[in-house]
Structure formats: structure tokens, C-alpha cells
Design a protein around this ligand. Structure first.
Ligand code: IFM
Length: 383
């Protein structure tokens, strides 16, 4: 199974989950919200990019921490932008194309004190930060927002994440602020660099009716697709150069509440069902955006590394099948390069998503066996 020429093979991370030492809205809460030293990637990025290079990767996705760049309102930290310049140079030196996320969920404290995304000036504040970063960094691929369809409901509907609000009105308002921020950022980035390639990473689930002949389940599954996968994307679809998505979940839809009933024949350490063929149906569906497609995240928590090898191979088989069917998939990024902080879950450091294992006491990085398989696939550009 051969992948297209110039296919991007990489891994994904985000600043708060790996860098360490960040002061933002999450660390301010403390406890399981504080990522603390994380993987100390801020100081060890050269070593980490060597590991990515050893896996024969030719791309890497990471995020810029807004709270580092603009720790006080309107005051941009030149030292921090210099840091990210070095990070980008270090990737390019190793032949790794940077895919740079501008917003992966965490916020500077001054922005939160002003009401965060509920402040009507929030779009202006965010895009001012975007403009500063884009003017200073030489990057081709921008991922403006990470999974806005996870962030907005978790923070403003179910109230699990800061600022812990539970209101449908706030959720809708924030979702609109994010899409407005996105569209404005898209224009700013293209004005600064007309050759830039700009999009988002949307969590895209495979919602499947439990019985394909049972109309109520078919309709409910369609409603889930629409609200969860498509709603945000429809708002920004005229402003995307590619369609980026993360795939983790299959939801088998039944007609009775809570409407999701998976068979869970095989699950990850977090109990998430492993369902590789779902990625094929997601790819078939997102073809409708008529844009090149990047799989910006796909991975699993698997501390023993007993399922990761098959997980990668089986998902990639389905990606390859979609490519054979004529779908324009141009890259795959495994989540994640390293074990890292997982958003307030199991104390943050329970789930192990890395191709590289972290010893958090010694900060030692230990490549897992599955990383050798991934390295082979990337090297051969085939399965
Ligand atoms: O760790 C997260 C990441 O930050 C966003 N996508 C899903 C991953 C696993 O939960």
C-alpha cells in the first residue's frame, strides 16, 4: 500500500501539554489543571526533534503558547518569539516541515480576566496576537484553531474545563467568536504571506447508525454529524486552504438516550473504542469540502504499547483505501510524539499517548517498539 509522493508523515504535540513552565489560565487553577514541568520540551526540543527525525518523519505539528508571546496585554515578548524561531529552524534543519497551531485551548491570564472569549473584543485581541506571530515566523502551514468543537462545549456547555460555564447561550457566543477569529486570522495570514496554507484541526467523529435500515437512528446520526462535526466547519468553509481533522472516536447511534452505544470490542487505556475503519468513512465525508486533507491527529492511550502498532497499521490501511478511492489525503500526524499532559484527565499524566515513553522523574525519553514500526512506514512511504 503506497502513499502519494511528498506525503507528510509526522507527529503532533501542543505547547501546554509538552513544554513545561507555562503560566496560563489552566496552570492558574492548579491541581490536575496544572501541567507543571510537563516534558520540559521547551528546553529539550532539539533532542525531541532528533527522535522525530529518527522515525523518518518529514513534518511536525506543534503549537505556540499565546501566554508566552503576550504575557501582558499588548506586550509581546521578543525573547519568546525568538525561542519559537529557533524551534522552527531546528525543525527545518532536520527536514521536518512545521505545521504550527496558533491556538490549542490555553489562554493568557490577562485575557481571561477581561472575560476571555465572552469579551466582545476577544476577536480583536486574538487576531492581534496572530498578526504578531505570523509576521515574525517563517511558516507555510498554519493551523489556526485546534478542535474548536471540543473546546467550546467543554468550557461553556458541560463546564468541565476553565472557565467552567454551563450555558447554551455562552457556548453559541464563544463558538461564533472562534469562527470570527478564525476568518479574520485567515485574512491576516494571507495578507502577510499570500503563499501560506491555512486551516484548522477539527475533531471529526464517525457517527454510525446502529441499524442502517432504521430511519430514527439514521436521522439521529445525521444530526450528530451536523452539530458536532459540521456546524463549525460550515461557518468557515469559504476560508480554508485544507481540511484538517483529528480522528479518535466512533459513535454507534441508537434511537434511545443517551443515543450512543458502542460495542467496545477493543478499547484504549481511556476506554475509547478502537475503530480504524471509521477514519475511512470520515475521509469519505470530508471530501465534500473539496480541499486537500490532513489528518492532524490520530492516536491512543496505551501505556503497555500493546495495541499501538496494530492501531497505526489498521488506521493507515483505511487511509490508504480512501486515497485509492481518489480522496486527496496529504499527511498523517500521530498523536503524539511523547507521552504528555492530558487535559485534567487521570491527574493529567496517567494516559500515555506517546510513540516515545516519558520517564517524568528523570525526563528520559524511551522510544516504544511501535515507534520502530511507524519509522518503517514513514521511511518506505508505504505499508
Ligand atoms: O491530547 C488531546 C489533544 O490536545 C487534542 N486532541 C485529542 C488529544 C487526546 O485527547
Amino acid at each position: 500500500m503506497i502513499f502519494p509522493k511528498n506525503f507528510y508523515w509526522g507527529t503532533s504535540t501542543s505547547a501546554y501539554q509538552v513544554e513545561g513552565g507555562i503560566k496560563n489560565d489552566w496552570s492558574a487553577i492548579g491541581g490536575k489543571y496544572n501541567a507543571g514541568k510537563a516534558c520540559d520540551h521547551y528546553n529539550k526540543y532539539e533532542q525531541d526533534f532528533d527522535l522525530a527525525k529518527n522515525m523518518n518523519n518529514n513534518a511536525h505539528r506543534f503549537s505556540i503558547e499565546w501566554a508566552r508571546i503576550e504575557p501582558e496585554q499588548g506586550k509581546f515578548d521578543k525573547k519568546e518569539i525568538e525561542h519559537y524561531k529557533k524551534v522552527i529552524d531546528s525543525l527545518k534543519k532536520r527536514g521536518l516541515e512545521p505545521f504550527v497551531t496558533l491556538y490549542h485551548w490555553t489562554l493568557p491570564n490577562w485575557f481571561v480576566e477581561k472575560g476571555g472569549w465572552l469579551n466582545k473584543e476577544s476577536v480583536k485581541y486574538f487576531t492581534r496576537y496572530v498578526e504578531f506571530v505570523v509576521k515574525n515566523l517563517d511558516v507555510k502551514f498554519w493551523v489556526v484553531l485546534n478542535e474548536p468543537n471540543v473546546y467550546a462545549p467543554k468550557c461553556f456547555l458541560t463546564g468541565e474545563w476553565p472557565p467552567f460555564k454551563k450555558s447554551i447561550f455562552k457556548y453559541l457566543k464563544v463558538s461564533n467568536r472562534l469562527s470570527d477569529s478564525y476568518k479574520k486570522s485567515y485574512k491576516i495570514i494571507h495578507k502577510i504571506n499570500p503563499k501560506a496554507i491555512v486551516g484548522i484541526s477539527q475533531l471529526t467523529n464517525y457517527f454510525e447508525p446502529a441499524h442502517k435500515w432504521f430511519l430514527p437512528e439514521v436521522l439521529i446520526a445525521k444530526i450528530f454529524w451536523l452539530i458536532y462535526n459540521d456546524y463549525f466547519c460550515y461557518k468557515i468553509k469559504k476560508h480554508i486552504d485544507y481540511f484538517g481533522f483529528s480522528y479518535y472516536f466512533h459513535d454507534r447511534i441508537v434511537w434511545y438516550p443517551p443515543f450512543r452505544k458502542n460495542l467496545n470490542k477493543e478499547v484504549t487505556d481511556l476506554g475509547w473504542e478502537i475503530y480504524p475503519k471509521g477514519i475511512y468513512f470520515v475521509l469519505k465525508n470530508v471530501k465534500k469540502y473539496k480541499k486537500p486533507i490532513y489528518i492532524t491527529e490520530n492516536g491512543l492511550a496505551d501505556a503497555k504499547d500493546s495495541r499501538r502498532k496494530d492501531f497505526i497499521i489498521n488506521h493507515l490501511k483505511h487511509v490508504n483505501k480512501a486515497i485509492e478511492d481518489g480522496i486527496d489525503v496529504r499527511g498523517y500526524f500521530h498523536w503524539s510524539l511523547l507521552d504528555n499532559y492530558e487535559w485534567a484527565r487521570d491527574g493529567g499524566y496517567g494516559p500515555r499517548f506517546g510513540l516515545i515513553e516519558m520517564n517524568y522523574k528523570t525526563m528520559e525519553r524511551i522510544p516504544r517498539d511501535s515507534s520502530l514500526i511507524y519509522a518503517k512506514i514513514c521511511k518506505n512511504n508505504s505499508l
